[in-house]
Ligand binder design. Structure first.
Ligand SMILES: C[S@@+](CC[C@H](N)C(=O)[O-])C[C@H]1O[C@@H](n2cnc3c(N)ncnc32)[C@H](O)[C@@H]1O
Length: 250
């Protein structure tokens, strides 16, 4: 693996510690899906026909997304910073009898991958764990061929600032300080970054991408939201998109 930046050791340690319980929590089905909120490719239509494409999944975790793409005929490479997540992904790919190539790299330093290798880069709910998102986008731009596409989802930054208990804002939309939580049982710290939509688009532009679409999938009504999230204040939280999906071309 390329050298891990000391700031990223924390993400690696957290995910190595959390991987087993994260994967056993359930809900991680093999699907071409960008996360919660009706955000399957069938609803979003952002990827098109992936058959025959060279595709990289960045922050692949268990690679449920990448395996589903491979089942559709894509040549898939999965990249993750966590050895435990990659080991789970490898086992899952074998279980589903698909060939996926796995690389242990940080998405901010894809130095094990040559430039111009992929037609498509996808990522689901990984980039909020990455401090240097600019470096991540620059690396995605480098490993994509000209005209290639990056499609990724993160938590919607507006959804994350609402406190469902108090119905108030937990913090300002403009406050970009990360959310931190130390776990004694994991002996590791979770650090999650939140960026506004404008900042994310600016970072994509700085890396040479043109944003082609932004999707904010959500729920038509509180019952649908509750079916996915349980009784987590559905009347309030169903009013905001939980997920934001960006599609950008290089
Ligand atoms: C919430 S999981 C999402 C995994 C998968 N995409 C999914 O939808 O289940 C976030 C993943 O990002 C990975 N990750 C965090 N920081 C990373 C980095 N700098 N480089 C590569 N992977 C990273 C973690 O190891 C973890 O597997």
């Amino acid at each position: 693996m390329a050298g891990v930046d000391p700031d990223e050791e924390q993400a690696r340690a957290w995910w190595n510690a959390w991987s087993e319980s994260f994967q056993s929590e359930g809900g991680h089905s093999i699907a071409i899906a960008f996360g919660p909120g009706a955000s399957e490719e069938d609803d979003l239509g952002l990827l098109g026909n992936v058959s025959g494409t060279d595709t990289v999944e960045l922050g692949c975790g268990g690679a449920q997304f990448g395996i589903a793409l491979a089942q559709q005929g894509a040549n898939v490479t999965g990249v993750d910073i966590s050895e435990e997540q990659l080991s789970y992904a490898q086992g899952l790919a074998e279980e589903h009898d698909v060939d996926v190539n796995f690389i242990h790299n940080s998405v901010t330093d894809l130095s094990d991958i040559s430039g111009g290798t992929f037609d498509l880069a996808v990522s689901a709910f990984a980039f909020q764990w990455v401090e240097d998102l600019g470096a991540c986008f620059s690396e995605a731009a480098r490993v994509l061929r000209d005209g290639g596409t990056l499609v990724f989802s993160v938590d919607h930054p507006y959804y994350k600032i609402i406190d469902p208990e108090s119905h108030e804002f937990k913090k300002s939309y403009f406050d970009d300080s990360p959310r931190r939580a130390y776990s004694d049982s994991f002996d590791a710290e979770m650090v999650v970054y939140s960026r506004g939509v404008g900042e994310t688009v600016q970072l994509l532009n700085d890396a040479g991408f043109s944003v082609e679409a932004i999707r904010e999938p959500g729920y038509e009504n509180p019952e649908e939201y509750e079916a996915e999230y349980g009784s987590f204040k559905p009347e309030l939280m169903a009013k905001v998109p939980p997920t934001i999906v960006y599609s950008a071309r290089i």
